[in-house]
Design a protein around this ligand. Structure first.
Ligand SMILES: NC(=O)c1ccc[n+]([C@@H]2O[C@H](COP(=O)([O-])OP(=O)(O)OC[C@H]3O[C@@H](n4cnc5c(N)ncnc54)[C@H](O)[C@@H]3O)[C@@H](O)[C@H]2O)c1
Length: 381
């Protein structure tokens, strides 16, 4: 393969932005649980950002949280509504469990506040539509918290696909998961999580490949879900097994606009190390992206590009990109959101794309319940 072709796949060089620190952006944190830590630790590094408020439903939790992470003078509230009522914020990070994503986001947008919403966007496609309506009416910025998007290896997947080296894409296999890796806490009950492995890590696998092919519209889905491990005290802590009522495994066959099919599976627990690598088949080449044992939105090893070259079948290894820039993916997720507010730019991860991600998650749940293939009907926005 020529140097010109290979050079297209070199890691992008990022330029340092110059940040105006005169006017600090005032941030509020909604939900001070586990993931809020990563948000706060990232925001603390930004000289142009100030965390002024926080809210949590559990009495005293927000106060303890900000004390633990060394953020002084944060005003704390018993829920997101009280915080929005009392404060004049530029932005909020919605770090609540999935079932309150929609309400917290819609209320914030209606108050004229920009939102960084944790993944998955929400639980149902109807909620996603309500969120997008509120976003459009408010004219505010809403970005969905998919930090793997900031990873150079993820960007490389998109660059390879968009370079045309693979030709027309017609088949994708993606997913991944863990042999044993069932979370606990608020992740395993419908009333807080709404969806299990499908929403927790399935949304990442879908985003990795759908972003690479510019998010075509999903048309039909035949989905399956089960929870043989989460509900079984042999494989899960007995107290958690007793309250476990979401999926721990899901699989689906999805048809996308442009005559592309997507074969998907995801797992929090199974009797296997991995349900397979991600593969993207095109008319001129194919890409293999090794799965990670513990799917967390990263690439498991060097990718391989398969092509015919001068009549020979060749394989090219794409070396893993190692990001030496400071901050990590969470910092980049928060920084890109703050920059987009400042520059009145597009959302780094826009709802126009993640609407289709949510439509697939929702379609898998509905199809699995009915036990047959369904058409994906998207609500009017
Ligand atoms: N991007 C990532 O890598 C990543 C990793 C883990 C979790 N997450 C996502 O982050 C979200 C939160 O996960 P977590 O593990 O921190 O959950 P958690 O249960 O530890 O924390 C959520 C908190 O939100 C609070 N809350 C719920 N509704 C609220 C409301 N209306 N107002 C104020 N507080 C409210 C709860 O009381 C709870 O303390 C989930 O959607 C999850 O999918 C993302």
């Amino acid at each position: 393969m020529s140097d010109t072709v290979l050079n297209q796949f070199a890691p992008p060089v990022e330029e340092e932005d110059i940040i105006d620190i005169k006017e600090k952006l005032k941030f509020g944190i909604v939900g001070t649980g586990w993931i809020a830590e990563a948000h706060v630790e990232s925001l603390k590094q930004m000289p142009d950002v100030e965390i002024v408020a926080g809210a949590d439903l559990v009495e005293g939790k927000a106060e303890k949280f900000f004390k633990r992470y060394g953020v002084p003078n944060v005003r704390c509230y018993p829920d997101h509504k009280a915080m929005l009522e009392a404060e004049d914020l530029d932005a909020v990070c919605v770090c609540t469990y999935n079932t309150t994503h929609a309400q917290c986001t819609i209320d914030s947008l209606k108050k004229g506040v920009n939102v960084l919403l944790e993944k998955p966007m929400c639980v149902t496609i109807e909620e996603a539509a309500d969120i997008i309506r509120a976003e459009k009416e408010s004219g505010k910025l809403l970005s969905i918290g998919f930090q793997p998007r900031m990873d150079d290896n993820m960007k490389m997947i998109k660059k390879i696909v968009q370079s045309g080296e693979l030709g027309k894409i017609y088949y994708i296999q993606t997913g991944g998961g863990r042999r044993r890796g069932i979370p606990n806490s608020t992740f395993i009950e419908k009333k807080t999580a709404g969806i299990g492995a499908l929403g927790d890590i399935g949304c990442y696998s879908l985003d990795m490949v759908l972003n690479a092919i510019d998010y075509p519209k999903p048309l039909t889905v035949s989905g399956y879900k089960s929870n043989f491990f989460g509900t079984n005290p042999k494989y899960n802590n007995p107290q958690d097994a007793a309250r476990f009522d979401v999926d721990d495994f899901a699989a689906a066959f999805i048809r996308l606009e442009g005559d592309i099919v997507l074969d998907f599976r995801i797992s929090w627990a199974m009797h296997l190390d991995t349900p397979g690598d991600t593969i993207i088949l095109g008319t001129e080449g194919a890409l293999r992206i090794p799965s990670t044992e513990c799917w967390n939105g990263s690439v498991g090893g060097p990718m391989k590009l398969y092509k015919d070259l001068a009549g020979q079948q060749v394989e090219v290894e794409i070396p893993l990109c190692h990001d030496d820039s400071s901050g990590g993916l969470f910092y980049k997720k928060l920084r890109s959101f703050a920059d987009a507010i400042r520059n009145k730019a597009e959302a780094p991860v826009p709802t126009s794309q993640i609407f289709y991600n949510q439509a697939i998650l929702d379609g898998i749940m509905k199809s699995a319940q009915l036990g047959r293939e369904i058409e994906i009907v998207l609500p009017q926005i």
